[in-house]
Design a protein around this ligand. Structure first.
Ligand SMILES: CSCC[C@H](NC=O)C(=O)O
Ligand SMILES: [Zn+2]
Ligand SMILES: [Zn+2]
Length: 405
């Protein structure tokens, strides 16, 4: 049998570190990364001021006064439902085709390890870069409220001192030969609606009940959902809209009824009912207008809402020719013969915190000809795709770090 590439071995070890929520072992991942940095001769430190460890690596450029290039990746992963996997999801298992099955193979421990390997190669080959190159390995990307990751880190002086000119973060796998690159993302709004109304005996025609009011709102919102669904699906597939171009809205939380532990009071009309929505809004939508829309949907007496996740700002990175980071990114991809398709990221990544500071960010995972399996059962990545990804990054990252001011 052929010997495994050492980068793949390191990747598979990193997959075995249990950084899955709800109890990610960030100490173990920080220790692993620090040990690798030490072994590869890369300057590194663990920054702890946000409350959880962030590993920061640095390769100093020949002109450190220039805005730097930041390679950001998150080390946490979503949970895995063991019974639904064909292999143990934290084992780093590789089959005879070279497919590696584990949580995080796509999202995004692959990119963590590819960035690390890029830094390794740069240091090893004594390649001199003009700009400072930073790698940050952050926690808590996968959770909303209470995150101690990038959202907090960008408010620290430590982040400002990195003087970031461009950030590269995760994208998505692409099922075709082409690669997707993301220049913006949809704003994640999690809306929690509470309805209160009249109570009474379940045998009577009680009026103005909480459930009735809540259902009217839900129906208005689902009608909007249908319109958005139709606008996504009509028209030609080729020139038509992508998921990132429309607003999605899903009813993900629903709560009502008097619960007595192992049973419900079916004959009591409840005074309160609640619904939670995961709404994702494209960066082209005016967020003030959309907030008005939600207020209209919930205008009825007895209804109120709060946000479990909210942002009033959702900046994009503009892909015009004045943006030298983009023209450099694009031309280096052309040089290595890979085709890019620019899109809006349908979900949320740490890039949004960077873009909202006015700093450009590209979401790009060098994964093609692979089904999109992030957060799914049996998430996998082929080892050859992983290795080629390092070569692709090597074709892009040094060019960006050497970009003329
Ligand atoms: C709003 S914080 C949650 C971020 C999460 N990111 C990846 O899946 C998402 O749901 O898009
Ligand atoms: Zn991710
Ligand atoms: Zn994710």
């Amino acid at each position: 049998m052929q010997q495994e590439d050492s980068s793949v071995t390191v990747f598979r070890k990193f997959l075995q570190i249990r950084t899955d929520h709800p109890n990610p072992d960030y100490e173990a991942s920080a220790q692993f990364l620090m040990q690798k940095a030490n072994e590869y001769g890369i300057d590194a430190e663990v920054y702890r001021e946000t409350g959880t460890p962030i590993v920061i690596m640095k390769i100093t450029g020949t002109d450190p006064s220039l805005p730097s290039l930041l390679l950001n990746s998150h080390v946490d992963v979503v949970p895995a439902v063991l019974e639904s996997w064909n292999y143990e999801p934290f084992s780093g298992y590789k089959d005879e085709k070279g497919n590696i099955y584990s949580r995080g193979t796509q999202d995004m421990k692959c990119v963590c390890m590819q960035f690390l390997e890029v830094a390794h190669r740069i240091v090893q080959s004594k390649l001199k870069l003009k700009r400072n190159l930073y790698l940050t390995f952050v926690p808590d990307e996968e959770i909303g409220a209470g995150s101690k990751g990038m959202e907090v880190f960008v408010t620290h002086d430590k982040f400002r001192q990195l003087n970031v000119g461009l950030c590269i973060d995760e994208g998505l796998a692409s099922p075709t030969e082409e690669f997707t690159v993301f220049y913006g993302e949809r704003a994640p709004w999690w809306v929690h609606i509470t309805a209160v109304g009249n109570a009474g005996h379940g045998s009577r025609f009680i009026e103005n009940t909480a459930v009735e009011k809540l259902m009217r709102t839900i129906n208005k919102m689902l009608e909007f959902r249908q319109q958005q669904f139709d606008s996504l699906h009509k028209g030609h597939h080729e020139c038509g809209k992508k998921l990132g171009d429309v607003t999605t809205l899903n009813l993900t939380v629903l709560k009502a009824g008097i619960n007595n532990g192992d049973n419900y009071s079916y004959n009591v009309v409840p005074t309160q009912a609640e619904a939670g929505f995961d709404i994702r809004i494209p960066p082209t939508v005016n967020l003030d207008e959309f907030l008005k829309q939600i207020k209209e949907w919930t205008a009825e007496e007895g209804l109120s809402f709060t946000f479990a996740n909210y942002t009033e700002k959702n900046e994009m990175t503009h892909l015009n020719n004045d943006n030298k980071w983009w023209s450099t990114f694009k031309s280096s991809c052309e040089k290595i013969g890979i085709k890019l398709v620019p899109e809006i990221f349908p979900a949320a990544t740490d890039s949004r915190f960077i873009r909202n500071l006015g700093i450009p960010a590209f979401g790009f995972s060098p994964i093609n000809n692979t089904p999109i399996l992030l957060h799914d059962h049996n998430e996998f990545l082929n080892e050859n795709t992983f290795i080629r990804g390092i070569d692709i990054y090597m074709g892009i990252i040094p060019s960006l770090a050497n970009m003329e001011p």
